[in-house]
Each structure stands twice: as C-alpha cells, then as structure tokens.
Write a protein that binds this ligand. Sequence first.
Ligand SMILES: O=C(O)CCC(=O)N[C@@H](CCC(=O)O)C(=O)O
Ligand SMILES: [Zn+2]
Length: 337
Amino acid sequence: MTAKLCPLTDFLAFTLANTSVPNTLGYADFSAEFIARGIVQLTPKQPSSTDIVLSCGIHGNETAPIELCNQLLAEIARGELQLRQRLLLILGNPEAMLAETRFVDENLNRLFCGTHQIGPCNIERQRAAIIETAVAGFFADATRARIHWDLHTAIRGSEHEKFAVCPYQPERGYRQQTLALLAEASIEAFLFNHAAAHTFSYHSAHLFNADAFTVELGKVAPFGANDLTKLEKMACVLRKLIAAESINVGAERLAKTAFYQVRRVINKDHDSFRFSFSDDTANFTRFKQGDLIASSEQQSIFCDTAIEAIVFPNAKVPVGQRAALCVVPVPLAQVCM
Ligand SMILES: O=C(O)CCC(=O)N[C@@H](CCC(=O)O)C(=O)O
Ligand SMILES: [Zn+2]
C-alpha cells in the first residue's frame, strides 16, 4: 500500500469526501477493517490484552480531537507508531463536521443506549445505530480489558482546561489507577456523574464494562485553528496505550487533580430560560448560596448550598434537555475505590 493511496494517512479527508474504501487492507503488522464511513478497526497480528475505542467528533465542530486522532492513525499507517492493541477509531459525526456544527438534526451524544430507536429517523439517529453496532462487534470478547475515551472540546472556556466526565457506575466504582492515567494525559479535573445518561461514554461503561470517559480537551475551534501542541501529553499517553507500552503512573499523580460530584442537573423548562451570567463565563465558575443561576417565566434557580460550580451551561438546548450540570468539589476518597 503506497502512502498516497492509503486511507489511514488522512482518514479524515477520506471520511469527509465520503471516498469509497476497500473493506479491509493488510499492512505489515496489522489489518484495517473499514466498518462504515469514518469507522476503522485495526487488528495487530499479535494483539495485547486491551481493546481500545477512541472516538472524536461526536460533535462535529469539536475539531482538535479529530485532528489528533487523524494524526495518530497516520503515524500507525506510516509505521512510526507500533499498533499492539486492537483499536476501533471512530470519527463520530462526519455530516456535522462538514456543516461545521455540533450536530445536524439532533445531539448525537444523547442518542446512545438505544435511544436513537425512539422517534423519527434522522442523520444522528442513523449514525448512533451504526456506531453502536461497530462498538458491539469490537467489544465482543468480554474476557479482554476495555477502554473507551470519547474525546471532545467544550463550547466555552474552563477553569480546568482539560477535564473528564466519569459516567455513573455505582456498582463498579472507579480505580485511582485508571484516573491517574488520564491525569498523566493532562486531565486536571474529574466530574462524576450522579445518574445514567444516554451519552457515548455511558453506553460503553454501562453495556460493556469499559473504562469509559468523556474527555474534554479545551475549547471548540474550526479545523486548522487548533494548537495541537496543547494536546501533546494526551497524544503521548494515547501512543503508549496503542503501542501497549507500560505507563508508570502512581495514584499520587492525582494529588493536584480536582474532583467534582454532579449534585443536580438544570433542565431547560421553557423558551424563556436564561442564565444569570454571560456566555463567556467559564466552566467550573463557582456560585455561593443565594446566587441566582438561571430563570425562566416559570421558575428561578438559585444556588442552594454553600458552593456550587456550573459546567456545560447551554441555554440553546431544546426545552426538556439538560441546560447545565451543577457540581460540588469532593475529596478523592469519596469518589474512588
Ligand atoms: O461545552 C459544552 O457545553 C458541551 C461539551 C460536550 O459536548 N460535553 C459532552 C459531555 C458528555 C457527558 O456528560 O459525558 C456533552 O454534552 O455531550
Ligand atoms: Zn462534545
């Protein structure tokens, strides 16, 4: 396979152009199976013990992680990065990438765990079904370790530039070692969800027992406008995971990391719903007891505890959907095994 014709050297370009690719391609040390548009499964000749799903662009305008994943695939294709684990790489929402929007018809990251089956068919519902099938096929062997990092960027700036959302998994809990790996990859804060969700990371954690996280890697920017040097630590850890290299991180790596528990969700209840703060207010901005957070014709929402921080505030979501998470700082011991 010459580099010029190889879909893996610029998988993003192939995906956006919707160029047809063969079903499978053989390389010296691995094979590539093109499962669907923007979804490729790589199998090394002698796979190590962990199956890794790496996804990006579930929201089409979150381009930095897409560029990072595209770069890692190219490194594998050129033989610069040794693939030693099975890898499923997913460019989440190609149509939204082309439209340079978060989504075309509906937020793809609310349609997992089969939610896409409920309601009229649209671009994101079709895509959720395709992605779920690919993941189920890839994670078929329950005896193997499973990792899924779903890479995003946030709409607004953040007090913690890079942070991870931990899906609700009360039975399994979180191991400090697992979080330390993300901290090594420059994750500064962890946010523990308090309830089931229909996000992609929850899907993988809940249905496949994967060590799954939504990973926020800075702020949204158009293709070509990202400074990928800011993601170098993340790239370094991903390379080591893919190459099955040992990553020596002790739990002490978490010493400077912040932990937050989701305390409540603010849902948009009416078209008149507004936040009390400006659009440039950063994620994790803190409110104190009695501060007004949001209001609508039907209600006013105040901070009702000593300190509460707000994450992912978005008043533009449809009525009934999550408009923000309210989180409180917690000690590590309270959220980890
Ligand atoms: O910046 C924002 O408001 C949204 C960033 C984003 O896409 N976040 C994910 C989080 C998913 C999770 O809760 O695990 C989302 O809203 O889908
Ligand atoms: Zn996102």
